[in-house]
Design a protein around this ligand. Structure first.
Ligand code: BGC
Length: 759
């Protein structure tokens, strides 16, 4: 710490900024940060102030060289540290030290339902970012999964505000504990990728506060995020990067946010709105006539020379500017100017271990039914999973996603992973180590997207296959007949209109003729497992015929190893869905009400999208529509063992406004394998002035149990868990009366409930 001050001060003596024997307040670490900020601010020129609030390159903004503040480097986010691009272009810079560990996508992290995994995620990512010289990671993302068509759902934490809140806080705390700022995104209501710059969201205050804001609020008020990214879309006819209600009122006034609001890249559109409505750092603008940006476009940014001119013309004082600069300086002290700033490390064993553990805990066993097993006698049946490779001679792996790298592609979250273990390789290696001599065969089955490079990162493994679809299917079916067991790795990928930034999916169905292939394979060999790789639900018209289905997400560097360990039972699955898996699109509220993708406003470059389903998103919608059951409910996920829950008890029957109430239930592992179960607490308001969802998740707790072991699990909530947002009062209300606490292991698996009263 002392060394760094000495060096900085030394430089400043040389450049004449300091006189011998004097340590200015802004460099003096013994002084309170706010004092140091004011001191630095008082020394800055107008040009220096204007410079720090907008980009100087694709991912950096300048510090204040004259005073010893280094440049401020940001980078995507959120699943690993993005490879470097050229200073002024999106093209890869071609460095050889910018590969990274690819952590599982955030849907998978959310599916762990384990906040300690989020903490490890954040810490590991922070260490990688430090090594790469980045002071802000553009993530995590917490936009709510409103429709399974959103191309970016894979980067977010599901449909439920409480789950996303509990998972985002430790991610931020872990990341920032390393001195790297989080930039929570995309604030707010950014639920469409198609026309994302034009969509104007019309939503009730109640849905805004109950569904779309809580995870952002938790990120700011509990996680203490140092940065937040304004989203591309509009709300109340105003772009969200300079939105008076979202930024000035809610974020800065109500939540007391003291960090920086960063524009999404190109999300700033207007100098005066940016000055007045809370934007602090403008990044990535495509300025007038400079489509896609051009060299030295930065001076033309809305918060660059146009802003300076308004000050020189006397239209503005530096009052607003100083406030933005203060926030930038505060961010510097939290990151680049920390006395204890560490160097970090890249691609370490501990980071790979974190990536593997998170992936293993996030994989969801969706379905596992027994099938006929002639090897065990006539009429005998046995489970398809876990696959006991020791008793088998030949296993067939089918599907493009068994051999396709998924860390490459999908938009800004694309990575240059130092390694990515593919499912075929991971499975073959594990199977051979468990059962030497076993044959692991492969059939492509279908051809989807053979492009294996993105934004300059090339995989170096060709997926080119010109055989027609029927030939590929015939080959797979023939091989399936001869195998002891068939695993197909299919699903989506990161191509446009699959799971990809900038494009929503066009339909919920599986692409590339996979449905036909699945039907043919399961007919050829009933011992069949479908592993779905995606960040979104896909429709499964064949579900009644397929005995075993696993949700494998996009899980990064260790994907092959993680999937193989779950499929073979080395790891007992414990992931739970962070969103409702509808059977069909019309079962989702936004689609049932024709409230997606909105309508073009006549004569304007704006699409009005009214969130007609209001607060009824995900299970809140399906719970109400008693007719349509989801294919897999929110919170669903099976295990290779069985758990039994006792009857839930509460520590009181009535609670006063300031009380907490604790619910306790015993959980026993009644099977023969060790495993973890997620105990979920839902609250139901039995009578209220405003209509409320049938139930809402208000707490959860993941417990690990050895076979036969029993543990008591407690979940405590307070009045907040009973409250709704009342539009007319503009406040949260916990209405006295009767409530029910429902305890279960999925939103459709409530095992017991207990009543209580709020006085
Ligand atoms: C994305 C952001 C990303 C930024 C920088 C934008 O297009 O929406 O999520 O952080 O680019 O790459």
């Amino acid at each position: 710490m002392i060394r760094k001050i000495t060096i900085t001060a030394g430089l400043l003596f040389m450049t004449g900024v300091l006189a011998i024997g004097q340590l200015p307040v802004y460099l003096d670490e013994t002084r309170p940060v706010e004092r140091r900020i004011e001191d630095a601010l008082s020394r800055m020129t107008l040009d220096e102030k204007i410079a720090v609030i907008h980009a100087q390159s694709k991912f950096s903004s300048p510090g204040v060289k004259r005073l010893g503040f280094p440049d401020f480097w940001t980078d995507d986010g959120p699943h690993g540290v993005r490879p470097d691009v050229l200073w002024d272009e999106w093209v890869q810079s071609g460095q050889s030290n910018d590969s990274c560990v690819a952590f599982p996508a955030l849907t998978c992290l959310a599916a762990t339902w384990n906040p300690s995994m989020a903490r490890i995620y954040g810490e590991s990512l922070g260490e990688e970012a430090l090594y790469r010289g980045k002071s802000m990671i553009l993530g995590p993302g917490v936009n709510i999964n409103r429709t399974p068509l959103n191309g970016r759902n894979f980067e977010y934490m599901g449909e439920d505000p409480l789950l996303a809140s509990r998972m985002v806080v430790p991610y931020i705390q872990g990341l920032q504990s390393k001195g790297v700022a989080a930039c929570v995104k995309h604030y707010a209501l950014n639920n469409d990728e198609n026309n994302r710059h034009q969509v104007n969201v019309i939503v009730s205050d109640r849905a805004l506060h109950e569904i779309y804001l809580p995870a952002f609020k938790a990120a700011i008020t509990e996680g203490k995020a140092w940065g937040i990214m304004g989203s591309y879309n509009l709300y109340q006819d105003q772009h969200n990067c300079h939105n008076a209600t979202l930024l000035n009122k809610i974020l800065k006034e109500d939540w007391k946010f003291d960090g920086i609001v960063v524009s999404d890249w190109g999300g700033c559109h207007n100098t005066e709105e940016a000055i007045n409505n809370g934007l602090d750092l403008e990044m990535g603008s495509w300025t007038d006539g400079l489509v896609m940006g051009a060299t030295n476009a930065y001076d033309k940014y809305y918060m660059a020379l146009p802003y300076k001119r308004l000050i020189q013309q006397g239209k503005y004082t530096t009052r607003e500017l100083d406030e933005k600069v203060r926030r930038m300086l505060r961010t510097f002290y939290r990151t680049t100017m920390r006395g204890d700033r560490q160097v970090g490390f890249l691609c370490s064993e501990s980071h790979y271990e974190a990536a593997l553990n998170i992936a293993q805990e996030g994989i969801v066993l969706l379905k596992n039914d027994p099938v006929a097993d002639p090897s065990k006698g006539k009429g005998a049946r046995s489970m398809v999973l876990p696959i006991d490779v020791t008793g088998m001679k030949r296993i067939l792996i089918v599907g493009e996603n068994a051999v396709k790298m998924m860390t490459v592609g999908g938009g800004s979250s694309s990575l240059k992973a130092q390694k990515e273990i593919l499912p075929l390789d991971g499975f073959a290696a594990l199977a051979r180590s468990l059962s030497p001599g076993i044959e692991v065969d492969f059939a492509r089955g279908y051809v989807g997207d053979t492009i294996q490079s993105y934004n300059g990162v090339t995989v170096g493994r060709s997926l080119y296959d010109i055989r027609p679809a029927d030939v590929l299917m015939d080959e797979a079916v023939r091989k399936a007949r001869e195998a002891d067991c068939v695993i197909m790795f299919g699903g989506l990928n990161k191509s446009n209109y699959q799971d990809c930034e900038g494009y929503d999916r066009k339909e919920m169905g599986l692409p590339y003729g996979q449905d036909e292939l699945i039907e043919a394979l399961v007919q050829a060999n009933p011992r069949f497992v479908f592993v779905n790789i995606s960040g979104n639900a896909v429709s499964m018209p064949w579900i009644d015929k397929v005995p075993a289905v696993v949700q494998g997400w996009f899980i990064g560097s260790e994907s092959g190893e993680a999937l193989a360990s779950v499929l073979t039972g080395q790891v007992n699955p414990s992931g739970k869905l962070p969103f409702t898996w509808y059977s069909k699109l019309e079962d989702c509220g936004a689609h049932a009400l024709n409230a997606y993708p909105g309508v073009w406003r006549e004569g304007h470059d704006i699409i009005d999208e009214e969130y007609k389903e209001d607060i009824y998103v995900g299970y809140r919608w399906t719970d109400r529509q008693k007719k349509s059951k989801p294919l897999f409910a929110f919170g669903h996920g099976l295990s290779y063992t069985t758990f039994e829950l006792g009857k839930v008890r509460s520590d009181r029957q009535t609670m006063k406004a300031d009380d907490e109430i604790t619910f306790t239930v015993s959980v026993t592992n009644t099977g023969s394998k060790a495993g973890s179960e997620v105990i979920q607490l839902y609250i139901s308001d039995l009578k209220s002035s405003l209509p409320r969802p049938v139930k809402e998740l208000k707490g959860f707790n993941k417990v690990y149990l050895e076979p036969g072991q029993t543990r008591e699990v407690s979940i405590t909530v307070d009045r907040e868990a009973l409250s709704y947002y009342d539009d007319s009062l503009e406040d949260w209300v916990a209405e006295p009366g009767a409530f029910e606490a429902l305890i279960g292991t999925a939103s459709d698996k409530v095992s017991s409930k207990v009543r209580f009263t709020l006085e």
